[in-house]
Every structure is written in structure tokens, then in C-alpha cells.
Design a protein around this ligand. Structure first.
Ligand code: VGL
Ligand code: ZN
Length: 204
């Protein structure tokens, strides 16, 4: 952490370092306008995430993109008694990353909730994410993506439980907000367990 003083007063900055990784949660077509389970304002975070990608990539820091990757008959779908419309069926356009998301070729892709009988909001649930991060000596996670109160919240809760220093990128997440305060409440819940909120101006 460094403290800089400028025209806008004292500002604390978090300096990226080796052992940091960028996590992009479920930036997929079905969670964006035009998809089957759209986060209304989801598109506006794509350019912000692209900026974080450039920042992490230029320092040689790992970038992980997670994706919901469901079978056609997934248990979370309304047709199977679940809470959600059909979404992110593996290998469909809805499950694909949007063309505007500038993922580098060396990004690690983590697929989750890939079997009929299990749902998984957290990117750590039923995946190799923790092992992959451990093998690369990652200590701090900077988490972005969709949706703030579901898969992002669940992912950062597991990250804290697994003892990662965890930052939430507040300008690069977006909520579904079925209730108007769902996203805001999720961010407060994260902070109560030790997650640090930062935006692009607070990172260098
Ligand atoms: C998600 C609902 C259902 C998410 C995934 O990525 O937040 N939400 N499946
Ligand atoms: Zn899902």
C-alpha cells in the first residue's frame, strides 16, 4: 500500500505485485442484455474489465475467467424445478464470452456447475481453481464480473475461507438486483468478512 497526495487530497493505493491474480466471474452472453438471464447494466463493466486485463497482463500476472457451463437438463433450470431460466448451456452462444471482452490467449478458463445434479455459484466449488492458484503461488485475488450477489459473492466468500487476501473491484461488478439493494448488501457482506473494495483509481 502506498499513500499519494495530489489535487484530490490523500489517496491510498494498492500496488499490484507478484502473487496477485485477476478473477473474472461469469462474463457470459446469457448474463448480458440479449441473453436468457440478463444483468441489465452488465455491459458497462466490459471496458472496465478490459482495462484491468491490460493492467494485469502487462505485469505478467495471471488472469482467470470463470464460466457457468451447464448441461441442457441442469437442476438450476425452471424446467427442472430450479430457480432460473435455462442459461449458459455448455457450447452454446449464451455460454460464450462476449466478443467485446478482450481475454488474452493465456487466460485460464474455469468451467463450473458442469453436471446435471449440482449447482455451483462459487468458482472454487467443484473446480481446480484453488489448486491452480496454489501452484502459481497466488496470494491475493482481485475479483470482477457477474453477478455481484450470486456468483461473485459466493466466490469471494470461498476465497476468504481459503485465506486469500481478497479485493472486490467495485467498478467491475454488477448485480441482478431482484431486490433493489441486493448488490449493495452483497458488497457490505463481503466487507464484513474482510474483503477490501477497490476501484481502478485505487490500484497501480
Ligand atoms: C449466476 C444465477 C445462476 C451467476 C449463475 O453467475 O451469478 N447466477 N447461475
Ligand atoms: Zn447458473
Amino acid at each position: 500500500m502506498v499513500i499519494t497526495e495530489g489535487a484530490h487530497g490523500i489517496r491510498m493505493k494498492t500496488r499490484l505485485q507478484s502473487g496477485d491474480a485477476l478473477i473474472i466471474v461469469d462474463m457470459q452472453n446469457d448474463f448480458l442484455p440479449g441473453g436468457s438471464l440478463p444483468v441489465t447494466a452488465g455491459k458497462k463493466i466490459i471496458p472496465v474489465i478490459n482495462q484491468y486485463i491490460v493492467n494485469f497482463q502487462s505485469r505478467g500476472l495471471p488472469i482467470v475467467a470463470t464460466r457457468d457451463w451447464h448441461p441442457e437438463n441442469h437442476c438450476s433450470f425452471e424446467s427442472n424445478g430450479g430457480p432460473w431460466p435455462s442459461h449458459c448451456v455448455a457450447h452454446t452462444e449464451g455460454a460464450a464470452f462476449p466478443a467485446a471482452l478482450e481475454l488474452p490467449d493465456n487466460a485460464t478458463i474455469i468451467s463450473k456447475a458442469t453436471t446435471q445434479e449440482k449447482d455451483a455459484y462459487s468458482a472454487f466449488s467443484g473446480t481446480q481453481l484453488n489448486e491452480m492458484l496454489q501452484s502459481r503461488n497466488i496470494k491475493r485475488l482481485f475479483v470482477s464480473g457477474l453477478a455481484t450477489e450470486y456468483c461473485v459473492l459466493s466466490t469471494v466468500e470461498d476465497a476468504i475461507r481459503l485465506h486469500y487476501k481478497t479485493f472486490i473491484l467495485t467498478d467491475a461488478v454488477c448485480a441482478i438486483n431482484q431486490q433493489p439493494d441486493d448488490g449493495r448488501n452483497a458488497l457490505l457482506k463481503m466487507q464484513r468478512i474482510g474483503v477490501v473494495p477497490v476501484n481502478h483509481e485505487e490500484i497501480e
